[in-house]
Design a protein around this ligand. Structure first.
Ligand code: ADP
Ligand code: MG
Length: 265
């Protein structure tokens, strides 16, 4: 059955409007002639959880660094919500609603959880240290801080020094710091790396909670996490897209099975 043609204005819009939350075309990063990311076309639909998987050295972290402006691409284009952000500085990309957590944790051991979150909120609002601790205006952040800590399962720990947290809790705090920026697009680099089974389950629940109203892209090695959480999976190998589809599709893809030979997918 053919449906009636939409009005001309409608047709023009659907032909030109990019509805992807994140898109890359031919994204490439060379380090001294070595292509760590090599012509990657990626499309992440709004409201989805999208996993990037692939063997060590496949280019996943480099891709994250390109998406967040920490590295400038050698070639290719990146759009966030149809806006070209290629080559923009990290702060400007963050202003477009993109936040990330890092593969390596970098917390201040002496600062409390609340202080960490307050600093992130100050950064979001473009305020400096003078504002921090200055006076009662900080109260404005108190409720928001409590709420963010509760969201990641750290309710009631506001005054605890970050250095005394367990490993899984540190990662949860990092997610809270990324969430403090109210991102529409949240990038998580190996959120469950080095975690025990219990922390992994907690992290799955955490991502389920925070995925509401936003788009999540995560690098993940744990296939239980990928299977439980993701709508779509992109497999990278040698900097290139090897396969893409649902978890079921990619795990049965012969090219993926070969790439992971000896590992269970
Ligand atoms: P993954 O996160 O998938 O394990 P990476 O993106 O960290 O992979 O690395 C991809 C490749 O790029 C690796 O071979 C790595 O050694 C190389 N690489 C990453 N960063 C740099 C850099 N700053 N300089 C040179 N080579 C790099
Ligand atoms: Mg990595």
């Amino acid at each position: 059955m053919t449906s009636a043609s939409p009005p001309a204005a409608e047709r023009t819009r659907s032909a030109t409007e990019d509805t992807a939350m994140l898109r890359t075309w031919g994204l490439t990063k060379e380090f001294n002639g070595f292509r760590a990311v090599d012509g990657v076309d990626l499309e992440v639909a709004p409201g989805t959880v999208h996993a990037l998987v692939g063997p060590n050295g496949a280019g996943k972290t480099t891709l994250f660094n390109l998406l967040t402006g920490f590295l400038k691409p050698t070639a290719g284009t990146i759009t966030i919500d149809a806006h070209d952000v290629t080559g923009m500085r990290p702060e400007r990309i963050a202003q477009r609603g993109v936040a990330r957590s890092f593969q390596i944790t970098s917390l201040f051991t002496e600062l409390s959880l609340a202080e960490h979150v307050e600093l992130a909120l100050l950064g979001r609002d473009g305020q400096g240290f003078r504002f921090w601790r200055s006076d009662k205006r900080m109260r404005r952040y108190r409720a928001e801080t409590e709420e963010l800590l509760a969201q990641v399962g750290l309710a009631g720990r506001a005054r605890t020094p970050a250095g005394s947290l367990g490993y899984g809790q540190k990662r949860a705090l990092e997610v809270a710091l990324a969430l403090a920026l109210s991102p529409r697009l949240l990038l998580l680099d190996e959120p469950t790396a080095g975690m025990g089974v219990e922390d992994v389950s907690r992290t799955i629940e955490l991502i389920q909670r925070v995925r509401e109203d936003r788009t999540v892209v995560l690098v993940e090695h744990n296939m239980k996490v990928v299977g439980d959480l993701t709508d779509r999976v992109t497999v990278l190998q040698f900097g290139k897209v090897l396969a893409e589809g649902s978890y079921e599709q990619v795990r049965n893809d012969p090219a993926v099975i070969t790439a992971y030979l000896g590992e269970s997918v």
